[in-house]
Design a protein around this ligand. Structure first.
Ligand code: 4NP
Length: 164
């Protein structure tokens, strides 16, 4: 496979995207980073995240998400930033957390070829029939745990798909 990062010296660039870039996408970034670190593949990947809404620019992830992630061993230190057209040039794959993120990214894509880089995170879930990663911002603590459960499964399957 041409874009298999395990068969090439080129770094594979993954961008996770949600709305605020303070809950789901920085968590996905941390979960995926932990997988490649554990697999000894850190040098093969550049992993980043961004949001379709710029209102939280510069902020650390939401404290509730940082604390829930830390309990599972993920230290989330990303600073929120808005996604931009240049991200399509800088990424091999762009992973949207929900349908609104996906549609926003499709509109932002500078070309049809670039729009093909956009995929849905929930497309990598195999044990649950849920079509999007729910926004935990207005949920209780269980919402953050659910998001982390979903991201751990989806990121594991995404990594496996890139290793095929
Ligand atoms: P995220 O969650 O998209 O997973 O980062 C949200 C964060 C902030 C807001 C909405 C969702 N907000 O409306 O400020």
């Amino acid at each position: 496979m041409n874009n298999n990062p395990l068969n090439t010296s080129k770094q594979y660039r993954i961008l996770f995207v949600c709305l605020g870039n303070i809950c789901r996408s920085p968590a996905a970034q941390g979960v995926f980073q932990a997988i490649v670190d554990r697999e000894g593949r850190s040098a093969g990947f550049v992993i980043d995240s961004a949001g379709t809404y710029s209102g939280h620019q510069g902020q650390l992830p939401d404290r509730r998400m940082r604390e829930a992630a830390a309990r599972r061993g993920y230290q989330l230190t990303h600073r929120a930033r808005p996604v931009g057209m240049m991200d399509f040039l800088d990424s091999d794959i762009i992973v949207a957390m929900d349908d609104a993120n996906y549609e926003d990214l499709m509109h932002l894509a500078p070309s049809v070829e670039d729009s093909r880089k956009v995929v849905k995170m929930a497309g990598y879930l195999t044990t649950r029939s849920i079509s999007y990663i729910p926004d935990p911002y207005y949920m209780g603590a269980e919402g953050f745990e659910l998001v982390l459960d979903l991201l751990e499964e989806a990121c594991g399957n995404l990594y496996a798909s890139l290793s095929e």
